[in-house]
Design a protein around this ligand. Sequence first.
Ligand SMILES: [Zn+2]
Length: 75
Amino acid sequence: MATFKYPQFVKQINHAAFDQITHPASTVPYSGIYRCEGCGREIVSTQGHTMPPQNHHQHTVAQGAIRWRLIVAHE
Ligand SMILES: [Zn+2]
């Protein structure tokens, strides 16, 4: 779970970037914190870099494939 202390430094916005799923080894569309939809693991990725490979971490069959969702971005 991503956390913060001071709310004045984090703003909630309604942006489609947070609805997009980013797949392993693809180009990072936005810099920020990503959460795996299957297991909840979080990573930090930089725009223009490459997302971690499919073998970054292991899932059960029920968790499905690694799918990254942006949860905190910086402007
Ligand atoms: Zn996962």
